[in-house]
Design a protein around this ligand. Structure first.
Ligand code: BES
Ligand code: ZN
Length: 866
């Protein structure tokens, strides 16, 4: 990064113990009034108090020592905008002891989806209205009230909301009392029970109009799902998941959920996917609402994962919180792992752990091979740096190293250690080391030593395998070195070394586990016949790539074809190969030949991952004359599986078949398979005409095929469907693929549409992303982002949506010249919280160029036979 931003944590002379906080949002002029009494402990006499505060005006600040309310002293107020702090200076020292700090203040209900903000919705009568909601993580509680806005400064909160009397008002705790306002008959005053001791980033306040469905879990916890008015049945699915999930975690951690209620609520304008506010979890509509008729299997799976993720945080994050954002990965990595455990428990039919290998491990390995990656534990200070680490390293690599650790120490010891950790640090904070202490204690294994190599240094190893047959034994030599996406070791590389739990499986399914602690080691497997395959990283649980000799690799081919190699291994094998080819460590043509061995594949997730690998190559080949041939190659590969799933669901087929159908037909159609395109058009026209409605699972492939092969007429029809859609799921489905239309002028229209008020600001980036799947589209988008930079930065003011935008707008170019242009642009136009993303994009572009130089000619030659 281009230099650390100046930053310091708040002084600790004074600590809050309880906030008595009252907020009154005005839904007409988008302001709010607030007052707070902060009960504090002065630990060192001081005349100044420094709090976090941003975009808030403090009207008065007074202090009274102890209980004696009559010795008020008044402070002068000074803001430090850059540091998001306010300094209160008193005429004399506040003495050691307890006291009450009383503040009156006002602020704006902003439209930036952070802090205390406004969100727009239409009433059932179609009238435009606003609700007031909060999003405080990571550092935006300070936009709602002056506070010690650091995760380790925990306190209790007595919240009061003063709101229009016909509105629903929610906070973390149940209502304690409600009364009419004494000053305004149109207002009511709602006071909530005191919260447990907690961090500021987990508070939440919501004022709006909602319906809800409710149930109790097996322990009597009241669970409600709040939905837009008139749509409460769309909360049923999430309600079922939540009611099952709470007792699941209680049983897993052996610690009860500590609050009396759990609300889940869909918010129309929401920057992230969901937020784990204690007892009041907020979601994007698409991450919570399910309509049994119109929601796809994929959306159901997504809702289950998100609910499982956020409810896990109620323990891991809310009850025990990271001491500082450097340890954010503890929160997010852990929740991103255990959400799978939860979904596997609730819905075994999703075979969700196989999907982990694609969605999380794969994502982590891709990003973490870059020279511009970062260690899981990374020092951060300034809010921009904090925002930047909500990335695939904290989430997906974090989850992946936890999965590897869980496998290494076993479920029983893992659970024992988790319980010890959560019990020891409840209502308090912890460092990464504290978790290792407990897990080491429970397992007796060297958890600290092993895990430090994964969380404190960036990257991961490639394990190179050589084999020798010795009678009925196989002698394997494993050696590790850092895996780099470009195949080039960085300077000072000898310092990179990992302690790698390695699992090896032979054709007879015997498994051997070893810990690779040195640059290389020998492992001998008994009872392996000459010619048998031996798979390193069995189950694809380890966070590393594997490189075999071509002779060893050859032995897997029949096992891929007849699927005797397990699905996670089939998935991992091709994923490693595509990455090795990108690094120049194997030939891309050899890898495409291995891909041909997947012709009989029937596993959704394996196809999905292979499809992504091939898609990556396709993006580069779009710049060559062989792209049409490459599409033919893709058609040939996907044809058998598309034929076998067909267009119409069979009775009792599981959700994975529906997802596989979506994937296979979509791939074929987007590769211009004539019969598939014709069938998609037929079904689309029938759907538009209202004669035969498309089933929820067929919408995505049909829409995407029609658009990518379509013209103005298709575009207009699709737009009409968009306008008529009631569910956000459908609007998002359509808007994200509008950009795949071929005509450049229509693509331009999509970009205009993305910025129009027909698209919610939270979705704009994904609509723009839809335009980037062709060479011309990428040119348009990059130009568009440059032309509209000031609007975009104003809209997303930092935040992770901006870094997503930067990523999608830049990473798929293929020339060094373009990389330089991008660097130059961002040198002149700083993008807070996206600096690392820019460097990663530029690195990716140079990798694409390298691939072109090294492989294009031979791949073109290979594709001639298609
Ligand atoms: N704590 C996060 C929400 C969050 C994300 C806050 C980014 C601030 C910045 C929440 O638990 C989360 O991880 N949400 C995910 C969804 C989840 C299922 C991976 C998200 O919003 O993408
Ligand atoms: Zn999370």
């Amino acid at each position: 990064m281009s230099g650390k931003k100046e930053f310091s944590r708040l002084p600790t002379d004074l600590k809050p113990t309880n906030y008595i906080l009252s907020l009154q949002p005005n839904l007409k002029d988008f302001t709010f009034k607030g007052s707070e009494v902060i009960e504090v402990k002065v630990e060192k006499a001081t005349p100044t108090v420094i709090l976090n505060s941003a975009d808030i005006e403090v009207q008065s600040a007074v202090y009274s020592a102890g209980g004696s309310g009559d010795t008020n002293i008044k402070a002068s107020v000074e803001y430090n905008k850059d540091h998001e702090k306010v300094t209160l200076t008193f005429p004399s020292d506040l003495q050691v002891g307890t006291g009450r700090l009383q503040l009156e203040f006002t602020g704006e209900l902003n439209d930036k989806m952070k802090g205390f903000y406004r969100s727009k919705y239409s009433s059932p009568e179609g009238e435009e209205r606003y609700c007031a909601v909060t999003q405080f993580e990571a550092t935006d509680a300070r936009r709602a009230f002056p506070c010690w806005d650091e995760p380790a400064v925990k306190a209790t909160f007595d919240v009061t909301l003063v709101v229009p009397k016909d509105r629903v008002a929610l906070s973390n705790m149940p209502v304690k009392s409600e009364s009419a306002s004494e000053t305004d008959p149109n207002l009511k005053v709602v006071t909530y029970e005191r919260t447990p001791i907690m961090s500021t980033y987990l508070l939440a306040f919501i004022v709006g109009e909602y319906d809800y469905v409710e149930d109790k879990d097996s322990d009597g916890v009241l669970v409600r799902v709040y939905t837009p008015v008139g749509k409460k049945q769309q909360g049923d699915f999430a309600l079922k998941v939540a009611v099952k999930t709470l007792p699941f975690y209680k049983n897993y951690f052996k610690i009860a959920y500590p609050l009396p209620k759990m609300d889940l609520i869909a918010i129309a304008d929401f920057a992230a996917g969901a937020m784990e506010n204690w007892g009041l979890v907020t979601y994007r509509e698409t991450a919570l609402l399910i309509d049994p008729e119109n929601s796809s299997a994929k959306t159901k799976q997504w809702v289950a994962l998100v609910v499982g993720h956020e409810i896990a945080h109620q323990w891991f994050g809310n009850l025990v919180t990271m001491e500082w954002w450097t340890h954010l990965w503890l929160n997010e990595g852990f929740a991103s792992w255990i959400e799978y455990l939860c979904v596997d428990h609730c819905f075994p039919e999703f075979d969700i752990w196989t999907q982990f290998v694609n969605a999380d491990l794969g994502r982590a390995l891709e990003l973490d091979a870059l020279h511009n990656s970062h260690p899981i534990e990374v020092p951060v200070g300034h809010p921009d740096e904090v925002d930047e680490i909500f990335d695939a390293i904290s989430y997906s690599k974090g989850a992946s190293v936890i999965r590897m650790l869980h496998d290494y120490i076993g479920d029983e010891d893992f659970r024992k250690g988790m319980n010890q950790y959560l019990t020891k640090f409840k209502y308090s904070n912890a460092f990464t080391e504290d978790l290792w202490d407990s897990l080491q204690d429970a397992s007796g294994k060297p958890v600290h030593k092993v895990m430090n190599t994964w969380t404190k240094q960036m990257g991961y190893p490639v394990i190179k395998v050589t084999e020798r047959q010795d009678g009925d034994k196989r002698v394997m030599t494993l050696s590790q070195e850092k895996f780099c996406a470009d195949g080039k070791q960085p300077e000072g590389t000898s310092s990179y070394e990992w302690m790698v739990p390695v699992t090896i499986m032979s054709k007879s399914k015997d498994v051997k586990k070893v810990l690779l602690e040195k640059p290389s080691m020998e492992v001998t497997l008994d009872n392996v016949k000459a010619g048998d395959w031996v798979k390193v990283n069995s189950g694809t649980v380890g966070v590393y790539r594997v490189q075999y000799t071509s002779e060893s690799l050859e032995r897997f081919i029949p096992a891929i074809k007849d699927k005797s190699l397990p699905a996670t291994d089939r998935l991992g094998l091709q994923s490693d190969l595509f990455a090795l080819a990108r690094a120049g460590m194997v030939s891309a043509v050899d890898v495409l030949k291995v891909a041909e061995a997947y012709i009989n594949e029937d596993n959704y997730t394996v196809w999905s991952d292979l499809g992504m690998s091939l898609g990556g190559v396709g993006i580069i080949l779009q710049n060559t004359d062989s792209y049409d041939k490459y599409k033919a190659f893709t058609r040939k590969l996907f044809k058998p599986v598309a034929d076998s799933v067909g267009w119409d669901p069979k009775a009792d087929e599981g959700p994975l078949v529906a997802m596989l159908r979506d994937l296979a037909l979509g791939k074929l159609g987007r590769s211009n398979d004539e019969a598939t395109v014709a069938e998609a058009r037929k079904r689309f026209d029938a759907h538009v005409a209202g004669t035969t409605t498309l089933s929820a699972d067929l919408k995505s492939p049909v829409y995407s095929i029609v658009m990518s092969n379509g013209d103005q007429e298709a575009y207009d029809k699709m737009m009409k469907l968009y306008d008529g859609a009631d569910m956000q799921e459908e609007k998002v489905r359509i808007s994200r693929l509008l950009g795949s239309i071929k005509d450049v002028n229509l693509k331009k229209k999509v970009l205009e549409f993305a910025m129009s008020d027909k698209v919610r600001s939270q979705d704009t980036v994904f609509v723009i992303s839809g335009v980037t799947n062709t060479v011309e589209g990428r040119e348009l988008v990059w130009q568009f982002v440059q032309d509209n930079w000031s609007t975009l930065i104003e809209r997303y003011s930092g935040g992770f949506l901006l870094s997503r935008l930067v990523k999608i707008a830049t990473e798929n170019f293929i020339t060094d010249e373009r990389a330089k242009e991008i660097e130059k642009f961002f040198a002149a136009h700083p993008a807070p919280a996206a600096e690392r993303t820019i460097q990663q994009s530029v690195e990716n572009i140079r990798l694409n160029e390298k691939w072109m130089n090294e492989n294009a000619t031979r791949v073109t030659e290979f594709l001639k036979s298609y």
